[in-house]
Design a protein around this ligand. Structure first.
Ligand SMILES: NC(=O)c1ccc[n+]([C@@H]2O[C@H](COP(=O)([O-])OP(=O)(O)OC[C@H]3O[C@@H](n4cnc5c(N)ncnc54)[C@H](OP(=O)(O)O)[C@@H]3O)[C@@H](O)[C@H]2O)c1
Length: 293
């Protein structure tokens, strides 16, 4: 599969798209891209003010009125459950779920649920949200779940521990959370084989966004700032999740990773099915879910 840009994409024709992290960076540009393709886009964010402002901006820049938002603090599992309950209550199909929200945190902290904050936000939250939204996703008939990973997953720890005990380093915790996201995407793909739903990973590259600025570390923030000339824009990075929203077939996309519009391989360990299954069971159990879909 070789594609160069999104010029060829067909209309999403009112398909229901959810984008977590739609208030900033890659998620915001992805929401704009989906809105331009005439998707019905719901952005998920934690700030009402930012959600409202981005929603209005997307409506006025794309002339697509079918844009709305829902509030959720995705660091809180309770908030994720409430969000999923809202979708369950209206029983409507979800065609495209983009799990984009994420962060890096300079200091070690546990969330209200007792999990390390990077792992909670970047991994446990999209795992839980995806699992809880599956009934709505199954209603679509042909749906796509697109998780945003990172090439830094290669330096993640493979001794999984959701409290991330031991010496804390922000980039290590971040890399580990992205290794978990990578393995989750592949396990999910295997479990969804033949259902008409695909589970796809995107590694966006090194992108100029608010990620460093929101880390709580002036050093990380400065590093991201200094690296600006080497980063691609969020608009450029969003082209990949947008093209994955309606390019190709579910069969050819399921279980693949894409970066800059092309399929790529992830680290060798990320394909280890035994480790993937261990992580799946461990996560399901920590979140009070059955290991079976
Ligand atoms: N930038 C890169 O170089 C790069 C590289 C590889 C992967 N990624 C991944 O790309 C994704 C998007 O990041 P980005 O670079 O676009 O950074 P960003 O501009 O900081 O966007 C992060 C998004 O996540 C949201 N978010 C953070 N914490 C949240 C919470 N507790 N509840 C709900 N939403 C929350 C943010 O909302 P607010 O607007 O409220 O802050 C924002 O919309 C992340 O998964 C990141 O790991 C980024």
């Amino acid at each position: 599969m070789m594609v160069e840009d999104n010029a060829h994409l067909q209309s999403l024709d009112g398909k229901a798209c959810i984008v977590t992290g739609g208030t900033s960076g890659i998620g915001k540009e992805t929401a704009i891209g989906l809105a331009k393709l005439r998707g019905k886009v719901t952005i998920i964010g934690r700030s009402k003010e930012r959600c409202r402002s981005v929603t209005n901006e997307i409506i006025s820049s794309t002339n697509n009125e079918n844009i709305n938002f829902q509030l959720a603090d995705l660091s809180s599992l309770d908030s994720v459950r409430k969000l999923a309950d809202n979708f369950a209550a209206n029983n409507s199909p979800i065609d495209i779920l983009i799990n984009d929200a994420g962060g890096i945190f300079s200091r070690y902290a546990l969330t209200e649920d007792g999990f390390e904050s990077t792992i909670a936000l970047n991994y446990l939250s999209p795992f839980l949200l995806t699992r809880l939204l599956l009934p709505n996703i199954e209603k679509s008939g042909s749906a796509r779940i697109i998780n945003v990973g990172s090439s830094v997953h290669k330096s993640g720890r493979s001794e999984f521990d959701f409290k991330f005990q031991g010496r804390y380093r922000a980039m290590k915790a971040y890399a580990t959370s992205k290794l978990m996201v990578t393995m989750f995407t592949y396990s999910l793909a295997r479990k969804l084989q033949g259902t008409g739903i695909s589970s796809i990973l995107v590694e966006p590259g090194f992108v100029a966004t608010n990620l460093g600025r929101n880390s709580g570390s002036s050093l990380l923030s400065a590093t991201f700032q200094v690296m600006r000339p080497f980063q691609i824009s969020a608009y450029e990075a969003a082209k990949t999740p947008v093209f994955l929203s309606n390019y190709g077939t579910n069969e050819e996309l399921n279980g693949k990773c894409f970066s800059r519009l092309k399929p790529i391989q992830t680290s060798m360990i990320s394909y280890d099915q035994r480790l993937q299954e261990n992580l799946w069971s461990m996560t399901s159990s920590a979140l009070g879910l059955s290991a079976d879909l």
